[in-house]
Design a protein around this ligand. Structure first.
Ligand code: DUC
Ligand code: ZN
Ligand code: ZN
Ligand code: ZN
Length: 484
């Protein structure tokens, strides 16, 4: 089998930086050392050799708000590898009444053209016996993480009773509970009020989903997860209010993780007040962009370790699709792109500014989520035996982000005009060179599904609620005090 050697670079992992060559054969890393030779040599002089990025939050070709997100598994994963990301985790979204495995089959049918590996989270979009049963089949098929929408009332939202029952089931199956944490009832009230007052433009979007709706829902989900005894992953943590709840939970020993998006870290709410309607509408996503106070909180969370993962929520709609909402911001399809730009933007604004070390960069773009989702060290590692999902990162390479040169299939880029420094020289997907000197070498269908095993051992929250071991007086009903 032909071998490739990445030569002359500095290996950078979440733990260590050291000079070494890396040999790749048959899709995996077979040797790390000095003076290695191989049939093909990739020059990594002056570069960092890092685990390829993992974006755990994408919506490719997702049916949503009356349309489908425009980037599919083909253009989406082409954009991913272009920016140094070698694995995406997309959300299977069953329609109302649809079985989970039925929906997963639909996602398998869409993902056949992927250029890099992928996995799925399962969304719990409705609740019933069929869902309860299918959850076990989902875990057996390697889809062990279950997302719950606390917003999108009347569509995707689940109520607290359903969420508690589902969380308990996830815990029993050794899975990971996930939430989109916004109080959907309050969002619906605020949206109706704003529209009734004549506030129909995209700038009203941010007012319909203030930080409080996210802080409240995040805290509620954490408490429900604690009572259900399940670890919790909070997607798109955008504000201090949500971060505060996550920080507190972690300090109490709860297994809770927060995921800021590159968009929330680098773009702020002033975007919605741009007089150009298209400009503002293209940036409508949920949660909305926040102000600097919240951005500072997210950066501090990454630096201190209270926030664990940087993702994108990549859900790209064209300008034409955004214009569905010309008369009402509530009809603007929610979502922005970012897959291609996450790594260069985080390097530029995180590493080049001194906020993050290169090792911390690897942790928050790849290794942490590989561990949380239980696919480490197959993914997220530079180790012999690991998948050769690698990025040869040139810290001196620069570009100006532009829709004209992007891989994504939409007609604009929310980071348009931003100068980034730090880009892939090579991206390898299971050993295959997918980017060479910054140019994508496409191969549709190269990507494979990554199944993930459940993990019962870590599946217990540590709060007093669960501590029923101490002897306590017994009440007449036979129950003892809860100890809370
Ligand atoms: N938020 C978005 O902006 N788009 C997709 C779904 C979501 O929660
Ligand atoms: Zn969401
Ligand atoms: Zn503009
Ligand atoms: Zn999302």
């Amino acid at each position: 089998m032909a071998s490739t050697v990445i030569k002359g670079g500095t290996v950078v992992t979440a733990d260590l930086s050291y000079e070494a060559d890396v040999r790749v054969e048959g899709g995996i890393i077979t040797e790390i050392g000095t003076g290695l030779t191989g049939e093909r040599v990739l020059d990594a002089t002056g570069c960092y050799v890092m685990p390829g990025g993992i974006d755990p939050h994408t919506h490719l070709e997702m049916p949503f708000m009356g349309t489908y997100s425009t980037d599919d598994f083909e253009s989406g994963t082409r954009a991913a590898v272009s920016g140094g990301t070698t694995m995406v985790v997309d959300f299977v979204l069953p329609s109302q009444g649809q079985g989970l495995m039925d929906a997963a089959q639909m996602w398998h049918n869409k993902s056949g053209r992927a250029h890099c590996d992928y996995s799925y989270h399962m969304a719990i979009t409705w609740w019933g016996q069929k869902v309860w049963e299918d959850m076990e089949a989902s875990v057996k098929a390697g889809m062990t993480s279950f997302k719950h929408f606390m917003a999108y009332k009347g569509a995707l939202m689940v109520n607290d009773d359903e969420m508690y029952q589902s969380f308990k089931r996830v815990g029993d199956l050794g899975g990971l509970a996930m939430v989109h944490a916004e109080n959907g009832d309050v969002v619906a009230e605020l949206t109706a009020k704003l529209l009734a007052e004549g506030n129909t433009g995209p700038e009203a979007h941010a007012y319909s989903r203030p930080p409080q709706v996210e802080g409240e829902a995040t805290n509620r989900a954490i408490m429900i997860a604690d009572m259900a005894g399940v670890p919790l992953y909070v997607v798109h943590t955008s504000c201090e209010d949500a971060h505060e709840a996550i920080r507190r939970a972690r300090a109490q020993g709860k297994r809770v993780w927060g995921e800021p998006l590159i968009q929330h870290l680098t773009l702020d709410e002033s975007e919605y007040f741009n007089p150009d309607w298209d400009h503002a509408a293209r940036r409508v996503m949920s949660p909305p962009f926040r102000n600097k106070r919240h951005q500072d909180s997210l950066w501090a969370g990454l630096q201190s370790g209270s926030l664990s993962v940087v993702a994108t929520d990549h859900c790209a709609f064209t300008t034409e699709q955004k214009r569905f909402g010309l008369k009402s911001f509530a009809q603007i399809p929610n979502g922005t792109g970012g897959l291609e730009d996450r790594m260069p933007m985080l390097w530029t604004h995180g590493v080049n500014t001194g906020r993050l070390t290169p090792n911390e960069f690897v942790a928050v773009t790849s290794t942490n989520i590989a561990k949380i989702l239980n696919c480490y060290p197959k993914k997220g590692a530079v180790l012999v035996g690991a998948d050769a999902d690698l990025v040869v990162w040139d810290p001196e390479k620069e570009k100006v982000i532009s829709a004209k040169t992007q891989q994504s299939a939409i007609d604009y880029n929310v980071f348009e005009g931003q100068k980034v420094k730090g880009l892939p020289r090579y991206t390898l997907s299971r050993g295959r060179v997918a980017v060479e000197d910054g140019t994508v070498i496409p191969k549709e269908g190269h990507g494979e599904f990554v199944a993930r095993a459940p993990r019962p051992a870590v599946n217990r929250a540590l709060s007093a609620w669960k501590d029923l071991t101490a002897p306590r007086p017994v009440a007449r009903s036979g129950m003892s005090p809860t100890g809370v």
